[in-house]
Design a protein around this ligand. Structure first.
Ligand SMILES: C[S@@+](CC[C@H](N)C(=O)[O-])C[C@H]1O[C@@H](n2cnc3c(N)ncnc32)[C@H](O)[C@@H]1O
Length: 278
């Protein structure tokens, strides 16, 4: 993790992403993702949301990954999944909107971000149902998952892991270990993760949008440091036993949802990957 969390500060990028979800609720078309709690957990009234430093061009990618994840959660629950683990949950609100009575939710995050989130939940008056458990972890630690079972996680129960906007902040070693631990269970396991491919040649037009974003996240103490070429992460996951892998570029994902999939959304060659291990 970058300097911010090393200094015990909560993740500021997590707040920025929640604000994008909140702002999206005001724009009906195209509606990619519904999150009626995003504004209040961010600490703002819907009509008083602050300006965002993340350019609007990038919002569809950020929104699309939540949509893919929540669609995947619904399908997994219908097929028997009973546990959701949100890795690097930030200000994710799924656990407090969870429509599936039999789904337990484990939110895993760095202690400083999670403590701040719990303050935000209290301040916003958002009820945390008994189905949600909070687990603190540092993904740079080899056994980051050691606190899952004490929180009630059951390794024999089918589980979906969701990891959005996280791996770019980790070292590659930590990212690969993160997924190796998710594959260390006997039960059916699914994973939804997004990643960026900065090694892809980027046009000057894309760099004009992307480079200030990279500079800003680094200034916020959360520099990006982990990238994968297309199919590279899929190969790692296959080696871990994931056998059903759908790895789609952001424009491909957006076109599934009827959004103009112009390359302009592809500033970082973002990908959203859904894998299953049976
Ligand atoms: C950009 S935020 C994304 C939050 C949320 N998934 C979302 O999409 O809104 C990155 C998240 O990863 C978490 N994170 C980053 N590095 C971590 C680490 N080494 N261990 C645990 N959590 C980490 C941060 O605390 C933060 O919640």
């Amino acid at each position: 993790m970058g300097d911010v969390v090393e200094q015990g500060q909560p993740s500021r990028t997590a707040l920025s992403i929640a604000l994008i979800r909140a702002a999206h609720q005001l724009r009906p078309s195209p509606r990619l993702f519904e999150d009626p709690l995003a504004a209040s957990i961010s600490g703002f009234a819907v009509g008083e949301l602050p300006e965002q430093w993340i350019p609007e061009l990038l919002h569809p990618w950020i929104l699309a990954r939540f949509r893919v994840a929540e669609d995947a959660i619904g399908a997994a629950v219908a097929a028997g999944t009973r546990q959701l683990v949100i890795l690097g949950a930030g200000l994710d609100t799924f656990g407090y909107r969870n429509p599936y009575p039999d789904l337990r939710v484990f939110e895993v995050d760095h202690p400083s971000t999670q403590a701040w989130k719990q303050e935000r939940l209290r301040a916003a008056g958002i009820d945390v149902p008994a189905s949600v458990s909070f687990v603190t972890a540092d993904f740079e630690q080899e056994r980051w998952d050691a606190a899952l079972e004490p929180a009630g996680f059951d390794r024999s129960v089918p589980t979906i892991f969701v990891c959005l906007g996280v791996v770019m902040y980790l070292t590659e070693r930590a990212t690969l270990n993160l997924f190796a631990r998710t594959a260390a269970f006997d039960a059916h396991t699914e994973l939804v993760v997004d990643y960026v491919d900065l090694s892809a040649a980027r046009s000057p037009e894309r760099r004009a949008v992307g480079d200030p974003v990279l500079a800003e996240v680094a200034d916020q103490g959360e520099p990006w440091q982990c990238y994968f070429a297309p199919d590279e992460l899929a190969q790692h996951l296959r080696a871990l036993g994931f056998d059903a892998i759908v790895d789609a570029s952001v424009p491909e994902v957006l076109s599934r949802y009827g959004v103009d999939a112009a390359a302009k959304y592809d500033v970082f060659s973002g990908h959203i990957l859904h894998a299953a291990r049976r």
